[in-house]
Design a protein around this ligand. Structure first.
Ligand code: NAP
Length: 251
């Protein structure tokens, strides 16, 4: 049995936005961090370098979570770093605003492949390593959902909202499936958070525009989402599983 100090957190999409801050906070809590990226190698390498500069250990690995071989390679890299005890299924995409009547099959397949299938594949690899039933030492998985799962995204991104609805069901189901194998599974459901995801969805000013409509009258920050994610990974959340925690300023 290896010591606790070689615990590895795998963070998909760990180079930018919420995933970047999760990676940095996890390293600060003593995790070695295996962070994935798909397009922005520079950002991911920068996060890994910042962790190393602070005395931690991290590796940045190119991994399109929709590609099974990439996911297998990501976890192989994590194995070289230490013992995987945490996974944050953070990688996610939105698309340009469109009604369902205009959504192509290619758009729908990309959305579900990235946001849903990618999370399943990463969780599969994590459970295989963590399960106490197969000799692992347990662990925690946190999925990034969205309050869009209950709001629905009408007229703009019903596909994205549905992908996050799937993440909610996945969270509850997997949590119950592996609850007696030493693995906790939870989700964080952010509201409007100020990251680059809105620009990638064709609405770069979305956080500023929608902030005043939030009960707390502002958009949230990546730090305000990453902190509860890292808390859910910690022993402080030892009896929390199957939970979906809104981090949405009351929306
Ligand atoms: P972001 O700033 O756009 O960052 C997205 C990250 O996901 C990037 O690191 C990107 O990698 C990675 N990524 C995208 N497609 C990928 C793929 N196919 N395989 C692997 N990685 C991929 O987004 P964010 O705002 O931080 O969002 C993070 C998570 O929170 C997502 O699941 C999102 O749905 C959820 N969320 C965000 C908000 C919000 O308002 N921001 C609200 C609710 C939920 P590269 O850096 O290499 O491009």
């Amino acid at each position: 049995m290896t010591g606790l100090n070689d615990a590895v957190a795998v963070v998909t999409g760990g180079g930018r936005g919420i995933g970047r801050v999760v990676s940095l906070l996890a390293a600060g809590r003593g995790f070695r961090v295996c962070l994935g990226y798909v397009s922005d190698a520079g950002a991911a390498e920068g996060v890994a370098a910042a962790i190393a500069a602070a005395g931690g250990k991290a590796v940045a690995v190119r991994c399109d979570v929709a590609q099974e071989a990439d996911v297998v390679a990501l976890f192989a890299a994590a194995d070289r770093l230490g013992t995987v005890t945490a996974l944050v299924n953070n990688a996610g995409v939105v698309d340009l605003p469109a009604p369902v009547s205009e959504m192509s099959a290619a758009r729908l397949r990309r959305m579900m492949a990235t946001n849903v299938v990618g999370s399943f594949l990463c969780a599969r690899e994590a459970v295989r390593r963590m399960s106490t039933r197969t000799g692992g030492r347990g662990g925690a998985i946190v999925n990034l959902s969205s309050i869009a799962a209950r709001l629905g995204g009408a007229g703009q991104f019903v596909d994205y909202a549905a992908s996050k609805g799937a993440i909610d069901s996945f969270t509850v189901g997997l949590a119950r499936e592996v609850a007696d194998e030493g693995i906790r599974v939870n989700a964080v459901a952010p509201g409007i958070i100020d990251t680059e995801i809105h620009a990638s969805g064709g609405t770069p000013d979305k956080a500023a525009a929608m902030g005043p409509g939030v009960p707390m009258k502002r958009a949230g920050t990546a730090e305000e989402v990453a902190a509860p994610v890292v808390w859910l990974l910690s022993e402080e959340a030892a009896y929390v599983t199957g939970a979906i925690l809104d981090v949405s300023g009351g929306r």
